[in-house]
Design a protein around this ligand. Sequence first.
Ligand code: FEO
Length: 399
Amino acid sequence: MHCTRKITDDIHYVGGSDRRLERFENLFPIERGVSYNSYLILDEKTCLLDTVDSSITRLYLENVKHVLGNRKLDYLVVHHMEPDHCANIEEILIRHPETTVVGNDKTFAFIRQFYPDLDLEGRTLAVKEGDVLKLGKHELHFFMAPMVHWPEVMVSYDPCDKVLFSADAFGSFGALNGNLFADEVDFDRDWLDDARRYYTNIVGKYGAQVQMALKKLTGVDIRLICSLHGPVWRKDIDYLMDKYQHWSTYEPETKGVMIVYGSMYGDNQNAAECLASYLSQEGIRDIRVYDASKTTPSFLVSEAFRLSNIVLVTPTYNMTVYPAIEAFVDDFLRMGLKNRTLSLIENGSWAPAANRLLREKLKEPAFRFTPKDVTIRSNLDEAKLTELASLAKDIRESL
Ligand code: FEO
C-alpha cells in the first residue's frame, strides 16, 4: 500500500525506507536503516525526480501510481546513476512508455553501462549546466555537481517553491520514521551523527567538489532541500550549510579529543583511559575513547571529521602499526581528512616502531603533532604516567 506525503502543494514524496539492509554499499553499518528519496512534481507536466533502490520497488511503484493518478508521466529526471537511486528506471519506463528521461551525457553513458538492454531510443533529453526544464509554473534549473558523489551527478533548483533537489548532498543514513522534515524532530539528537557519518563515509573524499557545488549555489534562494537520503530541510538551512562548510573544508566542528587505541592485553587501553582522565582534569570536556578493534572505521572516521584532536595508541605489531589502527588511519587518509592535531602513543616490548611509521605516513602540514610522542615498554609505570599527564597538557595547549 502506498505511503506518500506532500512537501509543497505540487511536490510529493514518493520514496521509502529500508530497515533490513545491514551495510550501505555493503560496507557501512546502518543500524537505523536508510531512506531512498524520490519526488514527484505535478504541474502542467509531471516530473519524477530519481527512482529508488531495488529493495523498496514495490512500495515505490505504488507511491508513484497513487500520486500520479490517471495522469501520464512526462519526465523522469536522473540526478544520480548510483543503483540506490536508479534501480527502478526500467520499471518506470515499462509502466510509462510516454516518459522522457532527463539526464546529462554522462548519465546516459552510465545508463547504457548499467542497463545495456534498456532501449532509450527517442526517449531522452540531455541537459547541461544552466539548462532549464519547464514543467508549468515549476521549472528545474540544472547545475552539474561532478563527484558529489559520482561524475554524472547534477542537482536542480525549482524557483517556484525555492527547492533544491540536491542528489546525495545533504543526505543522511537512517530510515525515516514518519518525520519527513528535519525540523519535525530534534535534528542534533536524532540525525546529526548519521548525517555526518553519511557525508564523511560517502562524500568525504570529495570536499573540493562539494565546495565547487556550494559556490555555484551561492546567491540561490534555497528554502527547501530535498536530498536523495534522509529528511527534507525547510528550516535552518544555514545550519546545514555550516555543517557542510566544515566537513567539505576538513575543518573540525568542535574542539575535542578522540583517543583511538589498539590493545591486545589491556595495557594500551589502560594508557588510553589514563590519558582521557588527565585530559578531563585539564578541563577538556569533549573526550571520546574508542577501541579500534571494536568500533568500525565508518564511525571512527566520522568522529575524526568532528573533532580537532586525534590520539593514536598502538602496539608495534609484526614491525608495523596494529592493523585495526592502520585501518582507521588509512580510512581517514582515503577520505582526505586533514587539519587535525595528532598525538602518538606506541607500545613495543622489544622493538617499538609504530610512532615512526605513523609519522612517515601522517605528514605535516596536513597534520600537526603535539611535541613529544610517548613510547611504552609493555606496561605503564610512574614515569609513563608522568609523560601521559604532560601529553594531556600539550593537547590542551593545542586546542
Ligand atoms: Fe545515494 Fe551516491 O548514491
